[in-house]
Design a protein around this ligand. Structure first.
Ligand SMILES: O=c1ccn([C@@H]2O[C@H](COP(=O)(O)O)[C@@H](O)[C@H]2O)c(=O)[nH]1
Length: 280
């Protein structure tokens, strides 16, 4: 599938039982992977004429799924925008995840969980594996309680065939001071930890979040973890474009570009959002 501007983007999932790793590793090397972010922000809901409620978030999310289906492989609901509605928001999110997976879309929960080992295991139970109430294909985590603290969740992901994106170099400018601190830099050390874990477990469970807004860092990460997949948020609203990242590697599918608010700005018609996915 090709974008209007001739930039290649990934085609959709071919078998609903395939894991994110299997879908991406079978994708053509020439195509970037594309993720549709689902962020029911107050601004986006208002622009679509929806109430800033769980009901509004449901309508918004289902429309984003309609735009994504048969167009991309992957959607990324931002958990925070559902969590803010409490139990009703979680009910909507659970339905949206189920609906997306039934449509053949892979779901990446942008939950950014991180905690001590016993607690991160509970987060794993919530999101990963067949018994999880909100089972997803992938999740984001933060490693700032120590990479080793993530082990119980990583083990669950490995056993379930799910994928974990560890935040290493975030897309926001405030991340730089902390993540670039030290020698080696903190985020380089996290990449080393990912490499060690993956080497011992078969290279199919952990990738990283590296912002599309920091393309030279994304290039470093692609080279450091040659088997891994990278979630690259920041396309659109945060100023990055497809062109910033497309030349970073020949194996373009390893870069999963992600856009949320900028795509939603083309709504509320699913067909208009779908057209924008090809244009970004
Ligand atoms: O480094 C990061 C990690 C995650 N995000 C999340 O991605 C989306 C970006 O939204 P846009 O509207 O496309 O800017 C949002 O859910 C963030 O929490 C990120 O931006 N940067």
């Amino acid at each position: 599938m090709r974008a209007d501007n001739n930039l290649p983007i990934a085609s959709c999932r071919e078998g609903s039982n395939m894991s994110l790793y299997e879908v991406l590793s079978n994708a053509p090397r020439s195509e970037l992977s594309v993720c549709v972010g689902i962020d029911p922000t107050p601004t986006s809901l208002s622009a679509w004429g929806l109430d800033d409620t769980a009901k509004g978030a449901r309508k918004f999310a289902l429309t984003m799924l309609e735009a994504a289906a048969d167009t991309v492989s992957l959607v990324k609901p931002q958990v925070a925008y559902f969590e803010r509605f409490g139990v009703e928001g979680y009910a909507v999110l659970t339905d949206v995840i189920k609906e997306a997976r039934q449509m053949g879309l892979l779901v990446l929960a942008d939950a950014k969980r991180g905690d001590i080992g016993s607690t991160i295991d509970a987060y794993g139970a919530a999101w990963l594996g067949k018994t999880a109430p909100m089972q997803v294909d992938a999740i984001t985590v933060t490693p700032y309680l120590g990479f080793g603290s993530l082990a119980p969740l990583l083990n669950r992901a490995h056993d379930a065939g799910a994928y974990v994106f560890v935040v290493t170099r975030s897309s926001n400018p405030e991340g730089t001071e902390l993540q670039e601190h030290g020698n080696p830099k903190i985020w380089h050390k996290i990449l080393d930890d990912i490499a060690d874990w993956e080497q011992s477990r078969g290279n199919r469970t952990i990738g990283a979040v590296v912002g599309a807004t920091v393309p030279s860092d994304l290039k470093y990460a692609l080279d450091r973890l040659p088997e891994a997949y990278f979630l690259a948020p920041g396309i659109g609203q945060q100023g990055a474009t497809y062109k910033d990242v497309i030349g970073l590697t020949d194996d373009r599918k390893r870069i999963i570009i992600s856009s949320s608010r900028a795509l939603a700005a083309n709504g509320p018609k699913a067909s208009d959002i779908r057209a924008a996915i090809y244009r970004s």
